[in-house]
Ligand binder design. Sequence first.
Ligand code: FE2
Length: 134
Amino acid sequence: MPLMQWDETMSVGLDELDEQHMELIALINEAFEAIQRSDESRLMELVDHMREYAEVHFETEESVMRSCGFPELDAHREMHGQFAEKAEDFRRTMRSRTNLTEIFIFLSRWLTNHIMVEDRKLLPYLPPRNDEGA
Ligand SMILES: [Fe+2]
């Protein structure tokens, strides 16, 4: 069973951001599987990819928030920084091989909560979608 699963309740109302969230979730799931198989080289690759992808995603999301006049942008940027720090922690911890599973469970819970509670605060600020109300 995957560690995380995206569903409609996690939609932030913008396909580009939803797709990036799905990709991040897929990377976390794949990395979690690599931990369970003790496949360290694959894990290393996936963690690097996840960190890079998260950085690109956070930039996209922050620029959407900026263009919508989202009032909590500064606080939101700080939260993104926390994820980046935890992912960096993970990279350091990988060498000592302790708590890998716990860190991944932390990252998955953080991301689920972040998307559902924090990212979704953007919804009221987005322009109406073309496919709605037709
Ligand atoms: Fe976010």
